[in-house]
Design a protein around this ligand. Structure first.
Ligand code: BV8
Ligand code: ZN
Length: 226
């Protein structure tokens, strides 16, 4: 199927970056271990305590800066080279897919490396010394990620839905498939005729709506597929 497929969509989650040393969200050593996601990855948390939320993202940026893409990320970049119509839909904000050479990346939960003003929405690189830094307009800067309760970037989401709806094969890699609407892309692809292959260490919330499971670390399985 993968060899002959012209249209492939891949959905990745934190699990694909685990072998790069970045803790997943809900696993044992997960990023959320000291906090519940709703405590920090929400606009309300940022309103209530912008410094703590900003510090948490700084900590994650340092973690990610030290990490390298792993063989799983690189295998997906290789698969993209060989596939006429390919979409890499990622829930990850770590930009490791970019560093591995992927190009057709749809970041449905944004990118931790961008800073966006909470007030005027302008994106900026320059950071003042304050925590969180301020935009020229006086508003606080926040990481360019999608928080719980926030809408996904519309154009990116529409492109992700389109890719999932027309894929002949969908790979679902390293996601617990608990976060919506991203997780909904899996049954959506299947209902539209895709053969869905899940690559994970353990069953997930979508495991009963996939065609094939490949159990194991994505950093080993994806290179084997390639
Ligand atoms: C929205 C960015 C509305 C920030 C993130 C009740 C029911 C259903 C839905 C909801 C509900 N209440 C609220 C909702 C909606 C909510 C939601 O889905 N909540 C969930 C928790 C129930 N969704 C939202 O709020 C979304 N927005 O709905 O807006 C709206 C609409 C219109 C207008 C206005 C508003 C926004 C969701 C985005 C939230 N942002 N992240 C940040 O990163 O700080 S979510 C966060 O979870 C990350 O993005 C992460 O990617 C994502 C999913 O987690 P996973 O990637 O799956 O990671 P996890 O740790 O869970 O799993 C890792 C997996 O890897 C495991 O399965 C593990 O076995 C596997 N693994 C580990 N190692 C390996 C491996 N696999 C292979 N190899 C390995 N080596
Ligand atoms: Zn501003």
């Amino acid at each position: 199927m993968l060899e002959t497929a012209k249209r492939i969509a891949v959905l990745t989650g934190a699990g694909i970056s685990a072998e790069s040393g970045i803790p997943t969200f809900r696993g044992a050593g997960g990023l959320w271990k000291n906090f519940r996601p709703e405590e920090l990855a929400t606009p309300e948390a940022f309103e209530r305590d912008p410094a703590t939320v900003w510090e948490w993202y700084l900590w994650r940026r340092e973690l990610i800066a030290k990490a390298e893409p792993n063989r799983g990320h690189r295998a997906l970049a290789e698969l993209e080279e060989r596939t006429p119509d390919f979409a890499l839909i990622t829930q990850n904000v770590d930009a490791l897919h970019d560093r591995a050479g992927s190009r057709r990346i749809l970041k449905v939960h944004g990118d931790i490396w961008t800073n966006r003003c909470q007030r005027c929405a302008r994106e900026t690189e320059t950071l003042s010394g304050e925590r969180p830094p301020r935009c020229g307009c006086g508003g606080f800067l926040r990481p360019g990620v999608v928080w719980f309760g926030e809408e996904l970037p519309r154009a990116v989401w529409q492109e992700a839905e389109r890719a999932a709806g027309r894929a002949e094969v969908m790979l679902v890699v390293g996601t617990s498939a608990q976060v919506y609407p991203a997780a909904g892309l899996v049954p959506y692809a299947r209902q539209n005729g895709a053969m869905v292959i899940e690559i994970n260490l353990e069953p997930t919330a979508v495991s009963n709506s996939v065609d094939l499971h490949l159990w194991g670390p994505s950093g080993e399985i994806l290179p084997q597929i390639i």
